[in-house]
Design a protein. Structure first.
Length: 179
């Protein structure tokens, strides 16, 4: 492809979406990449200006999932340097508990998202259908928020340590054609 800026993609093996760890993984991802005040955006994009755009997301699937970390490098920034910065953010969430402020923020977001997703007939229908198909229990919609609220800061650190390992990831460097 005729691209101008390099990109880095790191994929981690995550459990299926029905795993009890999926709640903590989603909350961990929110701390790392959920919005403009997230760790990845604040550090890699704003403060160090190593990337024009950087993100991560939890891609939960029926049998197994993936955690994706990606960035479009700023002009002149090497992908190895960008990868080191991602690794620093990953090491930080693995070695230290997230702050109480970050924890409250992510809990509030999930509570708000839950209420918003059930504020319309179509949202309720989709939630009932998803829970019926993937969890074989449409009544799960009544306990879903509790599952997120049970997650602790220690759970977030534990899943980071368990799933964000270098032997369980694949790294892709997407680079412009040589001139």
């Amino acid at each position: 492809d005729n691209i101008q800026l390099s990109a880095l993609f790191m994929g981690y093996k995550f459990p299926e979406q029905t795993s009890a760890d999926s709640y903590a993984l989603e909350m961990m991802n929110e701390v790392l990449s959920g919005g403009s005040s997230s760790r990845i955006n604040k550090t890699i994009v704003e403060k160090k200006q190593m990337a024009n755009f950087a993100f991560s997301f939890n891609f939960g699937l029926e049998d197994a999932g993936m955690g994706i970390f990606a960035a479009i490098a700023s002009e002149g920034v090497g992908l190895d340097d960008l990868q080191k910065e991602f690794d620093e953010q990953i090491d930080l969430i693995k070695s230290e508990l997230i702050s109480q402020e970050e924890f409250e923020k992510v809990r509030n977001k999930y509570e708000n998202d839950f209420v918003s997703s059930n504020a319309s007939i179509s949202g309720i229908s989709e939630n009932l259908a998803d829970n019926h198909v993937y969890y074989k229990n449409s009544n799960r919609v009544n306990t879903l928020l509790n599952d997120y609220m049970k997650v602790t800061r220690e759970d977030i650190q534990r899943v980071a340590q368990k799933y964000l390992t270098q032997d369980a990831r694949i790294i892709l460097h997407y680079v412009p054609k040589s001139k």
